[in-house]
Write a protein that binds this ligand. Structure first.
Ligand code: PHE
Length: 331
């Protein structure tokens, strides 16, 4: 084999390769496992021809490496001078999350009451029976205390069935006057269906001051109803019963869809039920050491899930727990 001729030919191929692809092809041809040179090296028997072949191999490897570096540098120079970025091309869209509908509603209600000078207070979801029922004037044997309706963690601990125990916790820790809202999860042993989920959300409101009357309560509820359902809304209260308010009432908002004419959202009554409310019962004040001769107050509570359902025409409350993006992305 003529090593010199072979080396000359290979050096020529290195010089002629003008791209990385061509150079790699030449490298395989002249230095690859099946190249003449490698095969000759494998068959070497004497020291002298071994040294000759190895020296040729080393020179060729160096030539390939040098040429490779030249080509890379040239390519970089070209890219830097020729390649341009068209900044007017549309960018790649990337998916962006947002708050869950119920969180949005929660924040909206919080903001509304912060604007009225209320404080936002968080109560525990795992609550003592004494706060969830006793302090709220709900006697032993009251149907709402039954384990059929309430999740008991132990004999004296439950998952709170409403946000009302927050009233007690807040009043125990603060002297009047009080302007407080408390929002969060509540739990009741309901079988899930389109209008019930065992976990749901409530807003609790409590105001205690020198001259609080039912008129203040109604004005506050009217304000909330208008924030949630629009400026044209009206509110009415109907007498009802809760152990922790006296008198007690349920409050309705005039239907935002039909404005009172009657439709399937308001079940042809013109009114939509929002929640419960009333004047704080003196027994509740006595429990937290407030003097009911000096202070009076109102409280109200309503379900956020239901409000969201009505406002947005949600057909099934269970959608709020399924995390189906096709649903969530609509809000
Ligand atoms: N806690 C009551 C409920 O869950 C609502 C309510 C709150 C009623 C405050 C009156 C005053 O049904």
């Amino acid at each position: 084999m003529d090593v010199e001729a072979l080396e000359r030919e290979a050096q020529g191929a290195v010089a002629a390769a003008s791209t990385r692809v061509a150079l790699d092809e030449a490298r395989v041809r002249y230095l690859g496992r099946k190249s003449q040179l490698k095969q000759a090296l494998r068959g070497v028997r004497d020291r002298e021809s071994g040294m000759t072949l190895n020296a040729a191999r080393e020179r060729l490897e160096a030539a390939f490496a040098a040429r490779e570096a030249d080509l890379d540098r040239a390519e970089l120079d070209r890219a830097l001078t020729e390649d341009t970025v068209d900044v007017t091309l549309p960018g790649e869209e990337f998916a962006r999350g947002h708050l869950h509908l119920l969180t949005q509603m929660r924040r909206e209600i919080e903001d509304t009451f912060l604007g009225l000078g209320y404080e936002v207070f968080d109560g525990p979801e795992v609550e003592e029976v004494s706060y969830n029922f006793d302090a709220l004037n709900t006697p032993e044997g009251h149907p709402s205390r039954s384990p059929v309706d309430t999740f008991y963690v132990s004999d004296d601990v439950v998952l709170r069935t409403h946000t009302s125990p927050g009233q007690i916790r807040y009043m125990e820790a603060h002297e009047p006057p009080v302007y407080m809202v408390s929002l969060g999860r509540c739990y009741r042993r309901d079988t899930p269906d389109p209008t019930h989920t065992p976990t749901f959300h409530q807003v609790e409101g409590l105001a205690v001051d020198r001259t609080i009357t039912l008129a203040d309560l109604k004005g506050t509820l009217l304000y909330l109803a208008r924030v949630l359902f629009g400026e044209e809304r009206d509110v009415r209260v109907r007498t009802s019963f809760f152990p922790f308010t006296e008198p007690s009432a349920e409050f309705d908002v005039s239907c935002f869809l039909c404005s009172g004419r009657g439709c399937n959202v308001c079940k042809w009554s013109g009114w939509i039920e929002m929640g419960g409310c009333g004047v704080v019962d003196p027994n509740v004040f006595a429990h937290v050491g407030y003097d009911s001769e000096r202070w009076s107050g109102f409280a109200f509570g309503l379900g956020i899930d239901r409000i969201a359902m009505l406002r947005h025409g949600v057909p099934d409350l269970r959608l709020h727990w399924e995390n189906d993006l096709r649903y969530l992305e609509q809000f």
